[in-house]
Ligand binder design. Structure first.
Ligand SMILES: C[S@@+](CC[C@H](N)C(=O)[O-])C[C@H]1O[C@@H](n2cnc3c(N)ncnc32)[C@H](O)[C@@H]1O
Length: 530
């Protein structure tokens, strides 16, 4: 399956490349002994073009190459630069890769041997590398040499086919074998300036690739491709052409997929996906490969809001019992009967309600019709806003009209014992102006200062529009709720009377509620004195 895909992939590439390379060949009859190699490779993948069948006879090859070349020379320019002379080519680097790679000369191996890869057997390559399987005198073409060093195996036929396409149909070659081995070590020793050989582009690229793989080129990684086994053409050829080769481009197995945008970007990445995720995709047509990093990431990006710092409070969804465990008492069950017409159950005459006791959702006879579960069902006002008051720090207001007796919100926080409250008064709240204590029961206190709800922002007023009610939960604990004492218009600040006994704030704190009946002072620390 994988092999078939590879074949398809490379055959597609072959066809595409053939159509493009036929044009530049007319321009690139550059080297005096460079000819397009049409049929030299003895082990190529079969080409669709019947002219390019295997021809082992090298003499015949040369003739065919000439014909091939001449044929291409007759073709029109097709937009390629035509100022170049026969021995010097200036190919702009922005030219497509398929054109640029034509400038790469091919050379024969030392001793005129074939590539040692049985799947390749080419006689021409851009460079030659020692065959690690036959260290004494064995040679591999450049591509096979790199492949075996990096992958540990010979290039398979499917992969060899790609190079056949590049080399045979596109590239000029040097018929003369390279006379000697030119090593990187030798190149490291600077040549005298009179020597006109300079490192070719290939050298630079190869060295760069090696240093990338080795990390600054100093690693002793045995798998790294060693430049020292490279035999290449005389650099004069490369120097004249001095253009980047296709060595710069990553090989298919070296290509990596990178995120093309940030995790929060809407242009979410479409990447390689498993068949299972493809199935999922077809189900909901979502093509993300990464989920958004936070729950409301998309909302946060799209919604325009004024920036403000978050409050120094962590929302508590239930009371936190600091000094003891939560109670777990048996619920008290009312004797209400569920109305037959589907109306509301557990209304004013429900004795649980009369006793400020919330019915248990599991046990109430009215079941879904029960209306005595406001805290448990969180039937609160959602449209509330924390705002900055003129002289009392932050306050809380309602954005909508709120009817009388409506549960506005629950006052939650840490339920602490009397002694813990005293300690906190001496430590945590010693230098703080605002204190968030509210009586619980049995001298215990709810501290809404760190973990709680927005109820902690409600200020005191001697003429309040809200009041506190404590309701018993089915498990025996308390719900503390802020209820509307009147119909409260929208955008009105919510206040309740701290009543001195419920608020343990700083002693003698001046009241700034502004009511006509203002008592002039808030609660004091003395209520926590033993
Ligand atoms: C429960 S907090 C109320 C929220 C507080 N304003 C804030 O910014 O966090 C109680 C504190 O608010 C201030 N406060 C509340 N009502 C006040 C009033 N009527 N006059 C003066 N200060 C008040 C006091 O500093 C008090 O300790």
């Amino acid at each position: 399956m994988k092999v078939r895909k590879l074949r398809e992939f490379y055959s597609t590439r072959r066809v595409a490349s053939q159509t493009t390379v036929s044009q530049p060949n007319s321009q690139l009859n550059v080297h005096q002994n460079a000819q397009p190699i049409a049929q030299t490779n003895a082990q190529p993948t079969k080409q669709p073009n019947a002219q390019h069948t295997d021809q082992p006879d090298s003499q015949h090859n040369d003739q065919t190459n000439e014909q091939h070349n001449n044929k291409h020379n007759e073709q029109p320019n097709n937009g390629l630069p035509n100022e170049q002379s026969n021995d010097k080519i200036n190919i702009p680097s922005e030219m497509p890769r398929s054109i640029r790679q034509l400038s790469k000369p091919l050379v024969k191996a030392p001793g005129d041997v074939e590539c040692g890869n049985p799947n390749c057997r080419t006689k021409y390559a851009s460079a030659w590398r020692t065959n690690p399987e036959i260290p004494e005198g064995g040679w591999l073409c450049n591509a096979c040499g790199i492949f075996i060093r990096t992958k540990g195996v010979h290039r398979p036929p499917e992969v060899v086919g790609r190079v056949y396409k590049n080399n045979i149909l596109a590239l000029p070659f040097i018929d003369e074998p390279v006379p000697r081995k030119e090593t990187l070590r030798k190149r490291k020793n600077p040549e005298p300036e009179s020597d006109d050989r300079t490192p070719s582009t290939l050298n630079v690229v190869t060295r760069r690739r090696k240093s990338q793989r080795n990390g600054h080129g100093t690693s002793s990684d045995p798998d790294a491709v060693d430049d020292e086994d490279i035999v290449r053409s005389e650099s004069s050829q490369d120097d004249v052409l001095n253009v980047p080769t296709n060595e710069e481009e990553p090989l298919p197995w070296e290509r990596k997929e990178f995120l093309k945008c940030g995790l929060y970007s809407m242009d979410l990445k479409v990447g390689r996906r498993s068949s299972r995720s493809k199935e999922k995709e077809s189900e909901n047509s979502i093509t993300e490969i990464f989920p958004l990093p936070v729950q409301y990431g998309k909302f946060l990006m799209e919604e325009k809001r004024n920036f403000h710092l978050t409050w120094d409070i962590i929302t508590a969804h239930k009371h936190i019992y600091v000094d003891r465990k939560r109670k777990n008492e048996e619920p008290v069950i009312c004797d209400c009967k569920p109305p037959r017409n589907g109306g509301l159950g557990c209304t004013e005459d429900c004795y649980n309600r009369v006793m400020f006791y919330e019915c248990s959702p599991k046990d109430c006879p009215c079941e879904e019709q029960c209306t005595n579960q406001r805290f448990q069902r969180k039937e609160c006002v959602k449209e509330l806003e924390v705002f900055k008051t003129e002289n009392r720090g932050y306050g809380l207001r309602t954005l909508v009209e709120t009817p009388k007796d409506q549960l506005i919100l629950e006052y939650r926080g840490e339920v602490i014992s009397h002694s813990t409250a005293l300690k906190r008064m001496e430590t945590k709240y010693k230098y703080r102006k605002s204190i968030y204590f509210l009586d619980y029961e049995n001298r215990a206190v709810v501290d809404g200062g760190t973990r709680g709800t927005e109820a902690r922002f409600i200020n005191h007023s001697c003429a309040p529009n809200c009041h506190i009610e404590k309701w018993r939960a089915p498990n025996g604990e308390l719900f503390i709720g802020v209820f509307a004492s009147y119909n409260i218009p929208a955008m009105t600040e919510l206040t309740y009377d701290y009543n001195f006994s419920t608020f343990g704030g700083a002693e003698g704190q001046e009241c700034l509620c502004g009511a006509s009946n203002c008592r002039g002072i808030l609660g004091g620390k003395k209520q926590f004195r033993k």
